[in-house]
Design a protein around this ligand. Structure first.
Ligand SMILES: O=C(O)CCC(=O)C(=O)O
Length: 295
């Protein structure tokens, strides 16, 4: 998929862009069917586990899944989309000619109650030796403003990395009163099912609760330039083979990471509430998205 120069310029300038028509209707239907099956499995589950992050109001009788963790590891339908040739071609044009996968998550945002995500920069969670990193959000459903879409602050990827700590611990969220955030300039990433958003790891973003009667399922894949090496020890590969297997496209000499002058703040000491961003953000003192935020 060849991007227009306007799309490439928009990504460079704003730090995010939406591209429509990346997945076919059949491909998005396969994602929805697979997800419905997995969510049905939450009927047997009472608390968070390796697969499910649950809404505070979840019960086995009325399953409410907030996030499916690492979906690519649970079903080949997700793993296929992670390697989708059109997505890889887009990443090669916007991020780097050689792309290495990191991980995935599926934020469900169910109709009527799907949880908000407070403002943050992904970079604060996983700093690397260079910042050629991006997250792709695959819109599994049509996504409009009332569905709680991803909101991105244009140009923020070229600014500072903000404090994501509270009481001396990482909390995965920025105090909304922090000067310079320009949250009022944020723009929604919306589009029909099969569209993707792509945002730079340093772009400030968040999303409100889903107040609509329609689901907003966003399948997020984290990618990085193949020569970006994670700075946090716990995020480094367990084995050399594992690291090599994450290379999806392009050439790379794995023993030569590219080190650039990027601002870094470490996500340490670890968040008091572990398990997912929703849990981490419970440490934030002041919510932007209000009472609707995940409790
Ligand atoms: O699901 C969303 O709207 C935001 C997701 C996000 O930023 C995250 O999970 O890191």
């Amino acid at each position: 998929m060849q991007l227009s120069q306007a799309t490439i310029d928009a990504y460079r300038q704003d730090g995010f862009v939406v591209i429509e028509g990346v997945l076919s209707p059949a491909e998005t239907k396969a994602l929805r069917d697979t997800t419905d099956r997995l969510v049905e499995g939450a009927r047997n589950v009472a608390s968070h586990n390796d697969l499910y992050d649950l809404e505070p109001t979840h019960s086995p009788a009325e399953p409410r899944v907030r996030r499916i963790k690492t979906p690519h590891a649970w079903d080949p339908v997700y793993a296929g989309v992670m390697r989708h040739p059109r997505i890889l071609a887009i990443l090669q044009q916007l991020v780097h000619p050689a792309i290495r996968f990191d991980t995935s998550k599926l934020n469900m945002k169910a109709a009527g109650y799907g949880a908000a995500v407070e403002w943050h920069q992904d970079w604060a969670f996983y700093p690397h030796t260079n910042d050629d990193l991006a997250a792709v959000g695959v819109m599994m459903d049509d996504c409009a403003i009332e569905n709680g879409p991803l909101l991105c602050v244009p140009g923020s990827h070229r600014g500072p990395v903000y404090d994501h700590h509270a009481d001396g611990y990482f909390c995965g969220a920025i105090d909304p009163d922090t000067p310079g955030l320009a949250l009022d300039t944020a723009r929604p990433c919306i589009g029909p099912a099969g569209s993707i958003s792509i945002h730079h790891a340093r772009t400030t973003h968040g999303s409100a609760v889903n107040t609509s009667s329609r689901m907003r399922r966003l399948l997020l894949f984290q990618y990085r330039a193949a020569d970006a090496w994670p700075l946090v020890a716990a995020q480094q590969p367990k084995s050399w083979e594992e690291w090599q297997a994450l290379l999806l496209t392009g050439e790379n000499d794995p023993v030569v990471p590219r080190v650039t002058a990027v601002p870094v703040r470490l996500p340490l000491p670890e968040a008091k509430h572990a398990g997912s961003i929703y849990e981490n953000q419970r440490g934030l003192k002041k919510s932007y998205f209000g009472a609707a935020r995940a409790a």
